[in-house]
Design a protein around this ligand. Structure first.
Ligand code: TLP
Length: 342
């Protein structure tokens, strides 16, 4: 029985052609800025996202951490969405390593509103930590892959400008957002001072993220990357996979989105509780309460029949579509889930 792995879009493995590109990559020492493949990846991503400069980093977690450490000083408060990945799943690095204080603000489908952000920016008061940064996440993971529109992003930039502070975008899945909106990705990135995006999620590269901003910001970020141990030597071997992914795997994200909808409709027929309106990209979050089974138990039972997904809370499960999941895979997964539930 073939396992259908819907835990995350991080689980994809490189195809032969991607491996071939990695094998043939021209390399040099990237800490000296001498890796031609890493350099061309950085140039390509900067051009695509309409930013001056880019920095290849090992992971999305490190990309976000470098951005936070570069924008802020110890003791600053950082405004972020209450369930943001930076707060929930990055091991508290912002506080443990950066001395930063998270200020969690409730969003609507994962999107901060200008009003809520404004209300949480600190006054210049002797008693308070200064607000150093506003962070947003597009698509928003825990909200179920929901998309923040260009207009919403621009409105948040306006608030940032009014208060003289930077806006950082955790754009781990920014290409999913752009494809869902049918807009160039630069529309979503240019309003932000910095963006971290992942090549190792829906784009299917085995590893790697890119941090973007203006040249001055990226020069400082490069130093922080080195400090965190993220300076990689012949990085072109893996950067080549990123270049391949950008050429071949962006447009096809719409297939993943269609398959997520198909899965969501099927799950809702099986009495999972979910908001179809929130299924905008490749993530399906569903509630198991109506089924009378906890998320964790369901995860175990489905795993036993070769359907992998993640429990994300007592009654919340997450399914993610990606490069290795076909339409047939979705139908087969639904058939197995139906059998387990009946
Ligand atoms: N998310 C992973 C897990 O950590 C939960 C996943 O399977 O979805 N920002 C966002 C919005 C992310 O979803 C992730 C990874 C990251 C940052 C971190 O990226 P990596 O895993 O490369 O450090």
């Amino acid at each position: 029985m073939k396992t259908i792995d819907l835990r995350s879009d991080t689980i994809t493995t490189p195809c032969d052609k991607m491996r071939e590109a990695m094998y043939r990559a021209e390399v040099g020492d990237d800490v000296y800025g001498e890796d031609p493949t890493a350099n061309s990846l950085e140039e390509k991503v900067a051009a695509l996202l309409g930013k001056e400069s880019a920095l290849y980093v090992p992971s999305g977690t490190q990309g976000n951490l470098i951005a936070l450490l570069t924008h802020c000083k110890r003791g600053d408060e950082v405004i972020l969405e209450a369930e943001s990945h930076i707060f929930m799943y990055e091991v508290g690095g912002m506080s443990a390593l950066g001395g930063l204080i998270p200020r969690r603000v409730q969003g609507v489908h994962g999107a901060l509103t200008p009003e809520n952000v404004k209300a949480n920016i600190r006054e210049n008061d002797i008693h308070c930590p200064p607000t150093g940064l506003i962070c947003i996440e597009n698509t928003h993971n825990r909200a179920g892959g929901t998309v923040i529109s260009t207009a919403q992003t621009r409105d948040l930039r306006q608030v940032a400008d009014q208060h003289g502070m930077p806006l950082h975008l955790d754009g781990a899945r920014i290409f999913n957002a752009a494809v869902a909106l049918g807009r160039p990705v630069s529309e979503l990135s240019t309003p932000c001072h910095s963006i971290s995006l992942c090549l190792s999620k829906g784009l299917g590269a085995p590893v790697g993220s890119v941090l973007l901003g203006d040249s001055e910001f990226i020069a400082r970020a490069r130093k922080v990357r080195k400090m965190l141990g993220g300076g990689m030597r012949q990085a072109g071997i893996i950067a080549a996979a990123g270049l391949f992914a950008l050429t071949h795997n962006v447009e096809r994200l719409s297939d993943d989105h269609r398959r997520a909808c198909r899965l969501a409709l099927g799950l809702s027929d099986l009495k999972f509780e979910l908001s179809l309106e929130s299924v905008q990209t490749n993530i399906v979050m569903a509630n198991t309460k109506r089924l009378g089974v906890s998320a964790f138990i369901l995860q175990e039972r489905l795993s036993a029949v070769g359907v992998k997904m993640l429990s994300m809370g007592p009654d919340t499960v997450r399914f993610v579509t990606h490069l290795h999941v076909t339409e047939h895979g979705i139908d087969e997964a639904l058939a197995r889930i139906r059998r387990v539930l009946s």
